[in-house]
Design a protein around this ligand. Sequence first.
Ligand SMILES: *Cc1c(COP(=O)(O)O)cnc(C)c1O
Length: 395
Amino acid sequence: MSITPPRDPSRLGTRTRLVHAGRDPSAQHGFVNTPIYRGSTVLFESYDALQHRRAEYTYGTAGTPTTRALEAAWTELSGAAGTVLTPSGLAAVTVGLLSCLKAGDHLLVTDSAYRPTRVFCDGVLARFGVETTYYDPTVGAGIAGLMRDTTAAVLTEAPGSQSFEMQDIPAIAEAAHARGACVLMDNTWATPLLFPPHERGVDIAIEAGTKYLSGGSDLLLGLTSANARHWPALQRTFAMFAMCAGAEDVFLALRGLRTLPLRLREHERQALALAAWLKARPEVARVLHPALPEDPGHAIWARDFKGSSGLFSVILKPCSEAALAAMLDGLELFGMGFSWGGFESLVIPFDCRPYRSATAWEPGGPGLRFHVGLEDLDDLTGDLAAGFARLRAAA
Ligand SMILES: *Cc1c(COP(=O)(O)O)cnc(C)c1O
């Protein structure tokens, strides 16, 4: 019986490691969890310690035992050299980009990126002299043809936000590294459990902890992890912004971490079942889900990913906006709202046409993105079947 952490976690399975990572009951009077440390001022023991910052903790923005616990756990899970925690997933994207770009640089961003990421590139980065080019998410090794002498970074995201294209991350990473560029990936959909980013060639991996790490739609958090080559720059940039996460959000994320594998597996199972049900509906033209064998990205997904999560899209057969509204407005169990990853099912309509610039988005009908929660599946299909009946009646 021991109240200290396991001596060599590397010999243990992922679930065991997630139970033990980032906590040490022997340092907390035997209590199982690292508590919430709140604070700005940290007192130094002496003049000498203050002058040389000789202390594990120096100031609230520079980290607390609570934030260090999650950083350490995420670094271990991701196979990274280090992790920083930010107050949102979008902040995790921006601090990652800012750590590897400077004025005069060129940046390549997938056309399927999370839309607020584009807004940041076209707004802030453009203002500071970084030029962004958007590329076809399915470009693969062809990214080499888009690289310039000034290309400093390539941002990837797989599968694509809303549109679910797969990206050949190892091929993109190889071509980018050959030209000395940094490879970033928004890995929010898979988490490091289903896609180990650094093993696949990613230098800087981004996760919106707001989604699955929370699992409860009750916090905002970002995690940016880097390999050994890019960690010093990420850590320096993060410190200069002092863009630190809230103590309570970090504590809740540590709690979410313990059950992440179980919840993800259930979201995957439920989503695959709902995707199969939707595929058989006459109102549905196509299901966009890389784990389905007929999906254009399936081969890459099967090669590089260890599973799928609870988020996917469908394209409906053409219908009027009024019919779509009639379907969505009457739903009792599916909520309509942004974000995802919680225990509750969500649906939102989407249209990539207004902002795509490198590829055409012409799916031939309205798009719906589903996040499948933990409800009973029959209740979810019943809610949608009633919705489809309203859609048909309004058509
Ligand atoms: C939600 C999301 C983000 C941003 O996370 P926030 O915490 O909401 O800022 C970034 N990338 C992807 C893919 C997301 O789904």
